[in-house]
Design a protein around this ligand. Structure first.
Ligand SMILES: Nc1ncnc2c1ncn2[C@@H]1O[C@H](COP(=O)(O)OP(=O)(O)OP(=O)(O)O)[C@@H](O)[C@H]1O
Ligand SMILES: [Mg+2]
Length: 228
């Protein structure tokens, strides 16, 4: 389903200097599995996730999604990129940067409107994900002013409402209190299904143990190793 073939990524920090973030990563990820990606600060986890979500593109190597190569050129085609983004949902490490609507309700509806779903379906999904993520009391509030944990739940609701086949979560429990961490852990376990792939970056090994079917390890040299 997802294949990275010899993917490297370098940030051009200045015209004279670039920074290696990913160094020749090759991996194959299957549906129905929950992968946890761990590794030290700066090893390239968020960079990898930006590539998986079509926000950045490999400096060299190939990213194949469902048999199609994801490139800057292919993503410039609106139908292609819309179809891709329908299938892949991404909750950012700092989820506040993906929240920009006036209310939590509007935030959840926004992506669904982009998918051009009928109004009745949008309303039904907004309602369902407000209940599921326990956002009832804050549904009219501005996402910008919510607490970190509330923002995470809001971002998660907005992404899940689009029912993505591939769900990419960058540090979903960082900044959450103990109760919030336990809640997200059991929520993710319930999300696992044969027709969904979940990929999570985390620094918490105990959380990874609870949710992962497969562990991916990034090294400080920006390379990837695997274990069952
Ligand atoms: N926009 C950028 N411009 C230049 N260098 C960057 C940029 N974003 C990240 N980097 C560099 O790329 C490398 C990988 O960063 P990345 O954010 O992917 O790491 P990470 O594994 O997600 O770290 P963390 O655990 O702290 O979230 C780091 O050396 C970082 O400094
Ligand atoms: Mg990161």
């Amino acid at each position: 389903m997802i294949e990275l073939q010899d993917v490297s990524y370098r940030y051009q920090s200045t015209p004279m200097q670039d920074t290696c973030a990913l160094d020749h990563i090759t991996c194959h990820l299957d549906m129905g599995r929950c992968y946890c990606l761990q590794g030290p600060n700066g090893c390239g986890k968020s960079t990898l996730f930006r590539i998986l979500n079509g926000l950045s593109f490999p400096t060299s190597g190939h990213y194949i999604f469902n048999g199609m190569e994801i490139t800057e050129k292919s993503m410039r085609n609106p139908d292609f990129s819309k179809n891709f983004h329908k299938q892949v949902g991404f909750v950012f490490q700092h989820s506040e940067i993906q929240l920009f609507c006036k209310t939590v309700e509007e935030e959840i509806a926004f992506g669904l409107q982009q998918l051009r779903l009928p109004d009745s379906e949008i309303e039904a999904r907004v309602e369902r994900y407000i209940q599921l993520l326990h956002l009832e009391n804050i549904r009219q509030r501005a996402p910008f002013n919510l607490s970190g944990g509330e923002q995470k739940r809001c971002a998660l609701a907005a992404v899940l409402a689009m029912d993505p086949k591939v769900l990419i979560l960058d540090e979903p429990i960082s900044g959450l209190d103990e109760e919030g961490q336990e809640w997200v852990t059991s929520f993710i376990r319930d999300l696992k299904s044969p027709d969904r792939m979940i990929i999570i970056a985390t620094h918490q090994s105990s959380f990874a143990e609870k949710v992962a079917d497969m562990h991916l390890q990034m090294t400080k040299e920006h390379r990837m190793t695997f274990s069952g």
